[in-house]
Design a protein around this ligand. Sequence first.
Ligand code: AKG
Length: 394
Amino acid sequence: MSGEKRKIDITLDVKYSDFTEHNYSNCEIQSFDNSDLKYDYFFKEYLLRNIPCIIKNITKTWKCSQFWIKDDEINYDYFIDHYGELEAPVADCDKINYNTQCKCDMKVKDYMNYLKSKSREKLLYLKDWHLRRLKLDDYFYEVPEIFASDWLNEYAIDNHDDDFMFVYIGAGNTWTPFHADVYTSYSWSVNVVGRKKWILLPPGEEEKLKDPLGNLPLLFNPEQYENIRYFEVIQEKDDGIFVPSGWHHQVSNEIDTISINHNFVNASNIEIVWRSLQRNLNSVEHEIEEFRETPEFTSQCQLILNSVFGMDFESFIKFIIHIAQKRLNHVNKDKLVLFNTYHFQKNHIIFDLKNILKIIKLIKNHYLFLNNSLSPELAPNLLKIEHYINESIE
Ligand SMILES: O=C(O)CCC(=O)C(=O)O
């Protein structure tokens, strides 16, 4: 990647509040060429409306598309030579335990030798591999501009935490079960080589698939149901797909496929994430209702919330404070850079701050805030941030 910084800004003529109630009744999955898709347009029509789309011709400038592919197939030997000794998580698609695929770590060279072998006895899928984190000096791909606003990975990078940037390498016929993404985040996925089939359901449709205990199927088979609205999408080599918040989906690799994907959260879906956190907290509280009067009830709920949702109430607030603080530091200085490339400009920063303000108001009305249940420094910090945002956007 060159050291060139690309300026990103928005000139949105819509208010975020116009889109809190999404309407999927007329949506179709459109396809665009990456070079024709303007940041503003994508932000307004896709991120804010929470609608999927396909973006073509993304990987031309990516270094990995030069080295990872040979004769239109995976360049096994490149992986063995460059990453062979690294370990990566690998799922066995035929081995299911508690409604998930069994996973183990495997050396990349062993996985590549499995892919090279003609007689593949198992259906192995290398997934959720944090290669970017392991090879920080090696920018083997560029985050597409339309996906540059990514608070989740910004926070992870700033805190040297687990990030949400993955490489997937799947043998033909491997698959990912039916699910919605972590924290109800957005995701994007780009095929460096190969082909995937996606099935996506608008938020709420998945309710019709639940069994009497509320469990979702491991795979959605459209032939087994009536009146389910779903979209089937073929993603070719060089295509990206935008998967919006809360859209359940399943994916199969039609042939040997490598993809890169990120989960992300930003000003346009932060309220969806907040609502999802609340829904999860409510159901945790309901599950252990009989202990409501015990002194540990609140802290136990947060522990369980953390394990089922991946985040608790306080970590959400710390995340918001961090993202706000950075924007406050940069609001008049033009220096907010992400992925070493994207240079966020004033309108964007203000848009982010206005939406954070909205979330702070929701937090302040939550009973955990009102009952002083947060750790001592958190509530005053949040109020300070609210005050500074109000001052800076006046
Ligand atoms: O490519 C896959 O197998 C799964 C990707 C996925 O589910 C996602 O990006 O959200």
